[in-house]
Each structure stands twice: as structure tokens, then as C-alpha cells.
Design a protein around this ligand. Structure first.
Ligand code: NAI
Length: 256
């Protein structure tokens, strides 16, 4: 039995992943704003710190896997704070607790939206600037028609962060496979409004083509995350695994 920490565990992909893992006999500590084991607001520094402390206390400082799933899709600064800084604080803050595990693992949940053209200024602030500066840039975008770029840019940043970090001494060097998953459209409360009618669904699938089996259930992502964080995954490292019914192949087929 392994001990997992799953953020965003009260809903959607995080909830279903938790159910898959507990169904296999693992212990899962769920983190969410409310309705899970640990209440924490990952949009704030205080919430991130209290989450790490809470996990440490409940596990005697020893866990086996981190799944950073909590996220928002609203075109607001909160999306940058949760999707990028909250995810990174989760991964970095909990990494020391993996040290005693025989099979430590970590996954971040990015998105196929990371393929959409980012706001380059926000992206470079995410990767090399401060949270305050990135949030200020996101506030500028949120004020006009560029607001729609915030979500995809936050996920592009997260995917690139995983690519940059995975092979470092702190992760691969410590025996920890760090990867990301990039889901296509997944039937969860996050997209309920976007797929409420056949017309809306068809319009969304124009932007996010999913030729293989269309819109997916959260189990599809949960099963992939379970494998990436399981003992069998000894060498998959620094990958952004698209589980998107073919969106990546359609939109970016020319690159490998
Ligand atoms: P969801 O809305 O069902 O679940 C997201 C969870 O994150 C919620 O329980 C929410 O309370 C939690 N959360 C939000 N802000 C938080 C905060 N400040 N602190 C702590 N927890 C917070 O959505 P879903 O679809 O399960 O999303 C999970 C992840 O998958 C997100 O990162 C999302 O961006 C990503 N994703 C979802 C896709 C979809 O089509 N549903 C597609 C691609 C990526």
C-alpha cells in the first residue's frame, strides 16, 4: 500500500483518481478547498504552506506519490495562482516527503490547452519571473479579449516546468519520475456548461478535435495517472502525456 496526496480531490479528475487508487488498496490524502481530507486554498502562499504541514503531520513525513490536479479554468488571475503556482508549490513542498519511499512518483495535471498560442509575456514571467509580476500580467490579460489565453498559458507554463525539472538531481536524481498529463475535454464539473448542448459540444470539438472516441470520462485520465504514479513506471520521465482522443496529433501532427 502506498500513500498518495491528490489535490483537487473533491471533484472531477481528482475525485475519480482518488477512487481508483483507494479501490486498489492505497491510502489517499485528498486536498481541496473543502470536501476532502485536507482543506487548503492553493491560490495563496499561506494555504500552500498549511497544506504541506498538514500532510506532514498526518503521514509522519512519509508519502509515496504526489498528484497535483487542482485547477481552475476561469479567465482570471486565480487561474494562474492555482494552476501554476499552486501546482508547483504542491510538487516542491511535498517532494521532501517522498525521500523515504521505495517507489516515489509525481504527476502534474496540465492540459491540451497548453498547445494553444500562449501569451509570451505571461509565459516567460511564469518560468523566470515572480508570482506578483505574473499575476499582474494576468490581470492585464483578464481585462480584455486576451483573457482566454490565461488558462492555456498557465498549463503551458506547468508543462514546461515539468520538462525543465524532471531530469534534475532533485527529481530524476532522487529516483522520482516527474511527469505531466495533458487531457483533452473531460466530462467533469469544469466543463459542464461548455458541453451542455449538442451545439455547444460540437463547437468545442471544433477547437479541441477528439477523433478517437470524443469527449472522455475522468476515469480515462485517472487510470493514466495511476499508472504514471505506480511502481511499474520506472523510466517514463519528464513527459507531457496527451490523453486527448487525438487533439495533439491533429493540431501538432507535424512535430514529434
Ligand atoms: P473540477 O472543477 O471538477 O475539479 C477541480 C478541483 O480543483 C475542484 O474540486 C476545486 O475545488 C479544486 N480547486 C480549485 N481551486 C482550488 C484552490 N484554490 N485550492 C484547492 N483546490 C482548488 O475540474 P477537473 O476537470 O476535474 O479538473 C482537474 C484538473 O484537470 C484541472 O487542473 C484542470 O485544469 C485539468 N483539466 C481538465 C480538463 C477537462 O476538460 N475537465 C481538460 C484538461 C485539463
Amino acid at each position: 500500500m502506498s500513500t498518495y496526496v491528490v489535490t483537487g480531490a473533491a471533484s472531477g479528475i481528482g475525485l475519480v483518481t482518488t477512487e481508483i487508487l483507494t479501490g486498489r488498496g492505497h491510502r489517499v490524502l485528498g486536498v481541496d478547498l473543502a470536501g476532502s481530507d485536507i482543506d487548503a486554498d492553493l491560490s495563496t502562499a499561506a494555504g500552500r504552506a498549511s497544506m504541506v504541514e498538514d500532510v506532514r503531520e498526518r503521514t509522519d513525513g512519509r508519502i509515496d506519490a504526489i498528484i497535483a490536479c487542482a485547477g481552475l479554468s476561469s479567465p482570471t488571475v486565480a487561474t494562474v495562482r492555482v494552476n501554476y503556482y499552486g501546482a508547483i508549490a504542491t510538487l516542491e513542498g511535498l517532494r521532501p516527503l517522498l525521500a523515504g519511499s521505495p517507489a516515489p512518483r509525481a504527476v502534474a495535471v496540465a492540459s491540451m490547452a497548453s498547445l494553444f498560442p500562449p501569451d509570451e509575456e505571461l509565459l516567460s514571467l511564469l518560468l523566470d519571473g515572480t508570482e506578483d509580476d505574473a499575476v499582474a500580467r494576468a490581470a492585464e490579460l483578464a481585462a480584455d479579449e486576451r483573457a482566454g489565453q490565461i488558462y492555456g498559458t498557465s498549463k503551458r507554463g506547468l508543462a514546461l516546468w515539468v520538462r525543465r525539472q524532471a531530469a534534475t538531481p532533485e527529481w530524476a536524481g532522487a529516483g522520482i519520475p516527474l511527469n505531466a498529463v495533458a487531457p483533452g475535454i473531460i466530462e467533469t464539473p469544469m466543463v459542464t456548461d461548455l458541453i451542455a448542448t449538442d451545439e455547444a459540444k460540437a463547437a468545442l470539438l471544433q477547437t479541441v478535435p477528439m477523433p478517437l472516441n470524443g469527449i472522455a470520462k475522468p476515469e480515462v485520465v485517472g487510470n493514466l495517472i495511476a499508472w504514471l504514479t505506480g511502481e511499474e513506471n520506472t523510466h517514463l520521465c519528464g513527459q507531457v502525456v496527451f490523453v486527448d482522443g487525438g487533439s495533439d496529433a491533429v493540431l501538432r501532427g507535424a512535430s514529434t
